[in-house]
Unconditional design. Structure first.
Length: 433
């Protein structure tokens, strides 16, 4: 049997294993080992198992992953999300849908510290959902605004998925962080606009809050100065060259821990819990990376990515048509898989295609991650939807599904703009030496 046929069978087998709920890391490892054995013989298994795990997790650059995860854990336990939410609501709560708009803004700001979509959605559900329900907000609008806002953790730096993408494609983490800033801000603006349009058409969905005085607004801004300083120090430090990404993550961990200490919300038990949470999440990510490396060894041996790239380049399809097909594939895949698994599963096959078509690696990464965000809130199994359902079980699933539709339309508009105007993504990275 030809190696490329074995590669296709292996890829289909991997999807079937994942469909039967075999953990992604285990599924990729099994397919990689079995496929490698069939093509290269038994000696390949010893080679892969002996070298791959160590070589995968050994690089110094990977230490940025547990550091940013620990930073997010400290930020969550410090209650920074609540402070951000209250400050933003003080400024815009008197608008229709002001609480929902404040939720999106707080999700974006908290995602910039946390770096995780699921953690952002879970935290903001606890913070903002009780307030919105108390003020008479429609449950569909309230829950969907949290689900959509939570996706910002994928895109707004320091996103863990951006770091993983950079490692897999050997792209600059700093330039990817810079590239994600404007698209992330665009996402926040479009989500807020979607809420404003919905509440303008039907004011009962999101009643106005009370207008606060200018003194209260200034005081609200002052109350979050430390959060702004932390973000500027960590992300700005990377952009201006003060820190490498790993050094910036270390500074972020120290800053988040210091903030948690100053507000008195972290004791020994919470501290150990943050370490345990970080170890568990990092271990999961590293195990998936090892499984991905084993699977990559098999796929590269089959020459499937190279053959696919050659076939696509020689086809009559335009690069834009191929890009749209890739993005549609991600949207469909996002209905059934989490974002990290999608990136790790598909990049080994699709990245050679991207290189063959001469797409900019930075631009392609941000566009793909924007589409991955869509998968997080796409029914039936968008991960953020189920995070919110788990945190607030009384929400009706139908209301949540209908509520996310305007945000999905906003995402389509954003991805379209990023494709039509690459400068939205590439301008800031071009300023980094």
């Amino acid at each position: 049997m030809a190696p490329e046929i074995i590669g296709v069978i292996g890829f289909v087998s991997l999807l079937l294993l994942i469909a039967f709920r075999v953990p992604v890391a285990i599924a990729m490892g099994i397919v990689g080992l079995v496929g490698g054995y069939i093509i290269n013989g038994p000696d390949s298994i010893g080679f892969v198992l002996g070298a791959t795990p160590f070589e995968t997790v050994f690089p110094y650059g990977l230490s940025v992953v547990p550091l940013f995860i620990l930073m997010g854990a400290f930020a969550t336990h410090a209650g920074l999300s609540g402070s951000l939410y209250k400050a933003i609501y003080t400024w815009i709560g008197h608008f229709r849908g002001g609480l929902a708009i404040a939720t999106v803004g707080a999700c974006g700001a908290f995602g910039a510290i946390c770096g995780s979509s699921l953690a952002t959605a879970a935290t903001m559900t606890k913070v903002s959902m009780p307030e919105m329900r108390k003020r008479g907000y429609d449950e569909g609008l309230a829950s969907a605004s949290i689900a959509a806002g939570g996706t910002l953790g994928v895109l707004i730096p320091p996103s863990i998925i951006i770091i993983i993408y950079a490692i897999l494609t050997e792209a600059s983490i700093g330039k990817l962080f810079a590239a994600a800033l404007l698209p992330g801000c665009l996402a926040v603006i479009l989500y807020m606009l979607a809420i404003s349009i919905r509440t303008w058409l039907n004011p009962a969905l999101g009643p106005r809050g009370e207008r606060r005085s200018w003194g209260e607004r200034i005081a609200a801004l002052v109350s979050i100065w430390h959060i702004v300083v932390l973000f500027v120090l960590v992300i700005g430090g990377i952009y201006v060259g003060w820190f490498s990404p790993t050094e910036a993550a270390s500074v972020g961990v120290f800053g988040a821990f210091f903030l948690a200490l100053t507000v008195g919300r972290i004791g020994l038990g919470t501290f150990l819990g943050c370490l345990k949470e970080t170890a568990a999440t990092s271990g999961m990510i590293f195990l998936i990376l090892i499984g991905t490396a084993v699977f990559n060894f098999f796929i590269e041996t089959t020459m499937l990515p190279t053959l696919l790239a050659d076939w696509i380049v020689s086809s009559s399809l335009s690069p834009m048509a191929i890009l749209l097909c890739i993005l549609l594939f991600y949207v469909i895949l996002g209905c059934f898989m989490d974002s990290l698994s999608m990136i790790l599963l598909t990049l080994p096959v699709l990245f050679p295609v991207v290189q063959a078509l001469n797409f900019d690696v930075i631009w392609f990464g941000i566009v793909v991650l924007s589409v991955v965000e869509i998968g997080l809130i796409t029914p039936p199994v968008g991960m953020n939807l189920f995070v919110i359902m788990a945190a607030y079980p009384e929400i009706r699933l139908k209301s949540l599904y209908l509520g996310v539709i305007p945000f999905l339309l906003a995402d389509v508009v954003r991805v379209t703009l990023l494709i039509l105007f690459p400068a939205l993504t590439l301008w800031l990275p071009s300023l980094i030496v």
